[in-house]
Design a protein around this ligand. Structure first.
Ligand code: 5AD
Ligand code: SF4
Length: 464
């Protein structure tokens, strides 16, 4: 019997694994299902007509989680009778038909570049009761086919490019997300304006390699990331801009200049993955820069912004990593004094050049290095939090606090969550907040008064 398509009151459930690109793709899939198929979101997997798992394959563990998650839902919660199960994202791209073999109850497999076809695949699946798959890489057409948001988050993602041409030797992304391709400058600006009009005050520019962005302008010249950031900074209503992820090799002078606080609304924060503090390992990773180059970028940025906080990604236990390579990474951590960062044990990915290397580092050594590294990263992140206590700083209020209903929650420029007494009327505003306390994963604060004892302030731009 064909799976019946009941157009009204159908629900979809989406769970997202992995990076912000996936989070943004999930938002776009949700928008499409709501606007084109009048479906409603649900957070309860067992009442969904369409269950979507948007997946990540960056490490083996993430990839295996896909199958355990699908199985766990099936067993413990149960899917609605006739529900359609879809696997989207990088595991879909990488495993393709294999997914139907490993999880026969999956009906749709859809790659990251074809998410705009999800609605059609879903209709086809309902109509024909046949499995549907589309893991192709059509050149960046998804943005032309997806509806705009009707409401934005206060802090909103904006994808400016897709794919990656860097081919770092350990990384699967160039294979799952395809070739690097930038969206047109005018399309990005159009989306930025629409995000601001529908409530965004902060925009996070997304791409695997945002500093390789080259967006076509009308006269066929190209805009780079710095120009894009400058243009978005001029939009009325924009308070902050962030970007992720960037690459040290492509971090050019124009982007360093864009950190001049008079030029743009860039935050006092940069996430710049370094991966290793050893030049020998960086070379094996095919990262195309040296540790000295990385340090010089940060130094030049800190000339412009002495308080710039920097976070990073680090891989430990890359094949051939010696104790002295690892020590060089620890040394770099102390030199830069990274803020909250991510660190991982190297995971060989099928088809990548690094997976062919002989890996003699025992797992126990890798685990021990990761623990040491994480302890050192935590030390610096805690030091930074301690330095913040007593300081008054701008906080963009994003919503009501998760724990206390009479409190609101926002982020500092260096991405720390701060909870403090306030009301829903503050949501979407930039407040001056004094940090009063450090907690396990967040900070506490209070809305600050001006030094001349005026009432608590809402930023000048909010009053304008
Ligand atoms: N093993 C471990 N970590 C990896 N990353 C990417 N590929 C691998 C891999 N094969 C990490 C990098 C990257 C982050 C998103 O994931 O640090 O910056
Ligand atoms: Fe992967 Fe390197 Fe591309 Fe980042 S730059 S997505 S680590 S290949």
């Amino acid at each position: 019997m064909a799976r019946q398509m009941q157009t009204s009151s159908q629900r979809y459930f989406i769970k997202t694994q992995g990076c912000q690109m996936n989070e943004r793709d999930s938002e776009m899939m949700g928008n499409q299902l709501q606007q084109q198929h009048q479906m409603q979101p649900t957070t309860n997997v067992s009442e969904a007509d369409l269950v979507i798992l948007n997946t990540c394959s960056i490490r083996e563990k993430a990839q295996e989680k896909v199958f355990s998650e699908l199985g766990r839902w099936k067993k413990s919660l149960g899917y609605k009778e006739n529900a359609v199960i879809a696997v989207a994202g990088c595991v879909a791209s990488q495993e393709a038909e294999q997914i139907f073999k490993r999880a026969p109850f999956v009906q749709i497999v859809i790659g990251p570049q074809t998410i705009h076809r999800l609605g059609d695949l879903y209709s086809a699946c309902r109509r024909t009761n046949q499995k549907q798959i589309d893991v192709s890489f059509p050149a960046i057409e998804k943005f032309d086919h997806l509806p705009m948001n009707t409401r934005s988050n206060i802090s909103a993602y904006l994808t400016i490019m897709e794919g990656c041409n860097k081919f770092c030797s350990y990384c699967i992304v160039p294979y799952t997300r395809g070739e690097e391709i930038s969206r047109n400058f005018s399309d990005v600006m159009h989306e930025a304006k629409s995000l601001v009009q529908t409530g965004a005050r902060e925009i996070i520019l997304l791409g695997q390699n945002v500093n390789d962005y080259y967006g076509k302008l009308h006269d066929d010249t190209e805009a780079n990331l710095a120009l894009l950031i400058t243009a978005i900074s001029q939009l009325n209503g924009i308070e902050r801009i962030r970007f992720t992820t960037s690459h040290p090799q492509a971090f050019d002078e124009t982007l360093i200049e864009a950190y001049d606080p008079a030029q743009t609304k860039l935050c006092n924060h940069l996430h710049l993955p370094v991966q290793s503090g050893s030049n020998r390992i960086l070379k094996k990773m095919k990262r195309d820069y040296t540790v000295e180059h990385y340090i010089s970028i940060i130094e030049r940025l800190r000339d412009k912004r002495p308080n710039l906080r920097v976070s990073t990604d680090i891989i430990v236990g890359f094949p051939g990593e010696t104790e002295s390579d690892f020590e060089a990474t620890m040394q770099l951590v102390d030199t830069i004094k990274f803020d909250q960062s991510f660190s991982f044990i190297y995971s060989p990915r099928p088809g990548t050049p690094a997976s062919e290397l002989i890996d003699e580092v025992p797992l126990s050594t890798k685990k021990e290095r990761l623990a040491r590294l994480q302890q050192r990263l935590k030390y610096h992140a805690n030091q930074i939090a301690n330095e913040m206590i007593g300081e008054t700083m701008p906080v963009l209020v994003e919503g009501i606090s998760k724990k206390r209903k009479n409190e609101i929650s926002g982020r500092t420029e260096n991405n720390r969550i701060v909870n403090f007494p306030g009301t829903a009327a503050h949501i979407g505003t930039m407040l001056s907040v004094q940090i009063t306390e450090k907690q396990e994963n967040s900070l506490r604060g209070r809305i600050a008064a001006f030094h001349d004892n005026r009432q608590p302030v809402i930023s000048a731009s909010e009053c304008a």
